[in-house]
Design a binder for this molecule. Structure first.
Ligand code: GCB
Length: 666
């Protein structure tokens, strides 16, 4: 049942060009040397929040920007651009942050650029951050930057990080505190080159046939189906903490109807002599439990559980866990405060069900991308809000973060609105044998560590997905996924783990290790194109084969068809809106039978149209969205909306409440 390898997921895109804009081998070597040096660091990665002991300064807006078009893409390092203001090194342009740089200008060379780009911002820090005898710690934090980042402050390198989609930070106190009143110059060098050992993997291919390609011509090959947007994609902030500070908090929850236990662990850095006190407040501000010490358990009577959207009249209920640390440093009292939202809920998987708070949960949702016109993968609040409004309009209760971790700001809204998340790491396009070796595996383990560190306390996250459509039929996939999944479970024993497969059930070497089978299929699209009549048989066979082999619940993690909005055809032909609708309906009739047995979810591919590399099967990107890239509904959106609300109404004991929500949302 695996899909043909071939055009849709095997991409070759012309790189940043050739000749003077080429990318020479030495620079690739430089990147290869760097890769792997920036392993996941220990310690926490708490989301930066303002509290009485912490201040925050956002650095969004326009940054200076320069792509290194030198023949080797290495002028920035040779000439040490980080040593002086970027504008003194050559021409710079204004670049918005957060945003991908690719679609901002009219320059096709920048759109398809591969190599190092440079960003710079000068900021003045409040004097009070710099004048209190080093008792304030100043931290520079990036929500994400794609793909490899090196950061300098006033010419001093402060952090290196491999991988987009996840945060990284540096304590810059010692650099800025020496020079109050002097602007703080932040320089970032970013490289979007992918190698067989990056996540996602890729490869640079030099086209040496001089009769067909100009000198130095190369392409970047990727085996995933979305545009490799690059840039500083998420907010950059400076924040402060006291020099002794709360570094990390881990919370897990257990509950019955009448009592819940919130287990916590707090780590403090900067001193071993400190005290910790904790209070849990409900949404009315009432303290419902208190505790102290670095680890313990809070008992909550008659808890308000965190429920998914459409499963409760008040979904997404979160308490506030206030953590207070006090330490004596040189005779002075230092205090740090951090407030963590906490949702109380449980997750269990049986051989046929996915249970949230002991009740069967059926995923009726979508797969998404972080993708939009102009801003690419840059975080954009109007787009984020529009998407959440569309999700709720649709009656979707869940999504998968295909195919990489989404912004923390998006995850916060999932927690708040009760949208259930399958949290996927950037393990997409793992197709080459060399991407299953130890070097790749080690990096994959590090990335899971970074992802779990970031999202472990989120009630919306109910399962980790370690990969999408790897070549799991290859023999080395057995050791790879056994190790990766065991590592993920050791890091977080409280959540099930999966990866998303399109391999044949009998050949998949990773499936024995997952808790839930997530399977993608494109019957009557990539297989038997145009033949809608084969769907019932093929889909039924798919489900039955997987279930017979593993006796694990199954999610249809992708299915769908491209449609060009406004293209109509009756009888339905491929790429018309009618074909997309008809294909969905064929799938739905099988889902309706199998969800009475062991199918626990359906996630449409895709929520919205999105940009991909150019190719003969892509029309300005992938058109399998039920919404256009501008978030207008295609006909299929109405089919799905009818269905999702119907399922929600059928499966909920809160039918009258949901019906009234439905009216309100209509
Ligand atoms: C898939 C991939 C997804 C693609 C989709 C398609 O199986 O997981 O990334 O975009 O198919 O439309 O080809």
């Amino acid at each position: 049942m695996g899909r043909d390898p071939g055009p849709p997921t095997t991409k070759m895109v012309a790189g940043a060009g050739f000749g003077s804009a080429g990318f020479c081998r030495p620079l690739l070597l430089l990147l290869l040397l760097l890769l792997g040096r920036a392993a996941a660091r220990g310690g926490g990665m708490l989301y930066p929040r303002e509290t009485p002991s912490r201040e925050l300064k956002e650095l969004g807006g326009l940054w200076s920007f320069r792509a290194d078009f030198s023949p080797g893409r290495d002028a920035g390092f040779v000439q040490r651009w980080y040593r002086r203001p970027l504008r003194q090194t050559g021409p710079v342009i204004d670049m918005p942050v957060p945003a991908s740089f690719n679609d901002i200008t009219q320059d096709p060379n920048l759109e398809n650029y591969i190599g190092w780009v440079w960003y710079e911002k000068e900021v003045l820090l409040p004097l009070r951050w710099l004048q209190d005898n080093f008792s304030t710690r100043v931290v520079l934090r990036f929500g994400s930057a794609h793909y490899y980042s090196i950061v300098w402050v006033n010419g001093v390198q402060v952090v290196e990080h491999e991988g987009g989609h996840l945060p990284f930070e540096a304590d810059i106190s010692s650099i800025v505190q020496g020079s109050p009143g002097v602007p703080c110059r932040i320089t970032v060098a970013l490289n979007n080159t992918l190698t067989p050992h990056t996540l996602p993997p890729g490869s640079i291919q030099y086209m040496d046939d001089k009769t067909r390609y100009p000198k130095n011509y190369f392409v970047q090959n990727i085996r995933f189906d979305f545009f490799n947007y690059a840039g500083i994609h998420r907010p950059v902030v400076l924040y402060t903490t006291p020099s002794v500070y709360i570094d990390d908090i881990t919370v897990t929850t257990a509950s019955s109807e009448s009592v819940a236990m919130v287990q916590y662990q707090v780590s403090v850095v900067g001193s071993t002599l400190y005290s910790l006190s904790l209070s849990l407040r409900d949404q009315e501000g009432k303290v419902v439990a208190t505790g102290d010490g670095a680890a313990g358990e809070l008992k909550v009577l008659n808890p308000n559980l965190w429920w998914p959207y459409l499963m409760h009249e008040n979904p997404g209920y979160r308490y506030s866990l206030e953590v207070k640390m006090q330490a004596q440093v040189n005779g002075a009292l230092l205090e740090d405060l951090y407030t963590l939202p906490v949702g109380i809920r449980t997750v269990h998987v049986t051989s046929t069900q996915f249970l949230i708070n002991g009740r069967p949960f059926y995923f009726h949702g979508v797969n998404k991308h972080e993708d939009a016109d102009i801003r690419g993968k840059g975080l954009d609040w109007p787009l984020v809000m529009k998407d959440f409004n569309l999700l709720r309009w649709l009656g979707a209760n869940s999504f998968r973060t295909s195919h990489y971790p989404y912004a923390e700001e998006i995850m916060d809204l999932c927690d708040a609105y009760g949208i259930v998340v399958i949290d996927e790491c950037p393990g997409v396009g793992i197709k080459m044998v060399e991407s299953f070796g130890n070097k790749s595996l080690q990096h994959h383990l590090d990335v899971m560590e970074e992802l779990i560190r970031r999202d472990k306390n989120r009630p919306s996250v109910v399962m980790w997905s370690v990969a999408n459509e790897p070549a799991s039929e290859l023999p080395p996939a057995a050791h790879y996924f056994k190790t990766l999944i065991a590592h993920t479970k050791a890091l977080d024993p409280s959540r099930p783990v999966t990866f998303v497969t399109d391999a044949n059930y009998a050949l998949d070497h990773g499936a024995p290790y997952v808790d839930v089978i997530c399977v993608n299929s494109y019957f009557s699209w990539y297989h038997d194109p145009g033949h809608l009549e084969v769907i019932p048989l093929q889909l039924t066979t798919q489900f039955e084969s997987w279930y017979k082999t593993y006796q694990k619940p199954i999610i249809q993690s992708e299915y769908g068809a491209d449609s060009v909005p406004g293209l109509h055809s009756d009888p339905p032909l491929m790429f018309s809106e009618e074909y997309q609708k008809a294909l969905l309906s064929e799938y739905h009739s099988v889902f309706d039978k199998k969800r009475k047995e062991y199918v626990i979810g359906e996630l449409i591919w895709n929520f919205a149209d999105f940009m991909t590399n150019q190719g003969t099967t892509r029309v300005l990107g992938n058109k399998k969205g039920i919404f256009t890239r501008q978030r207008q509904p295609k006909s299929a959106a109405f089919v799905l909306r009818e269905r999702y609300w119907k399922i929600a109404n059928e499966s909920s004991c809160l039918t009258p409440i949901i019906k009234s929500h439905n009216l309100f949302l209509k």
